[in-house]
Ligand binder design. Structure first.
Ligand code: FES
Length: 108
């Protein structure tokens, strides 16, 4: 893994940015999130949180169990406003992304 390795795929945050945040005093995932936006993408840190916690653990030479878990906020998955307003039953993440993806033949 080099400095340009993407750690948070959703927000395109690389290892150098994570390490810079740690050197600036970030000691938890939430500290890094506030500085870099890491963990604020569509997956809401499901992909990057364990990697970032490992990087913090190695950089600060503390055990992984001492690094707190990210603070989660609702909704825990991409949700349509209509579902929040009670006008639609909940939908899957796949369907939300599938509807927003460009269709074959779309010109935009
Ligand atoms: S990979 Fe970091 S928020 Fe999705």
């Amino acid at each position: 893994m080099d400095e340009s390795t993407i750690i948070c795929k959703c927000e395109e945050i690389n290892l150098a940015e994570i390490e810079s945040a740690i050197q600036s005093g970030a000691h938890t995932f939430d500290d890094i999130k506030r500085i870099t936006r890491c963990g604020m993408g569509p997956c809401q840190a499901k992909i990057c949180s364990s990697l970032v916690r490992e990087i913090i653990s190695q950089s600060l030479e503390v055990s992984l169990s001492e690094i707190g878990l990210p603070r989660m906020r609702m909704p825990l998955k991409p949700t349509r406003i209509a579902a929040l307003a009670g006008k639609e039953t909940s939908s899957s993440v796949v369907s939300v992304f599938a509807e927003s993806a460009p269709k074959e033949g779309d010109e935009s």
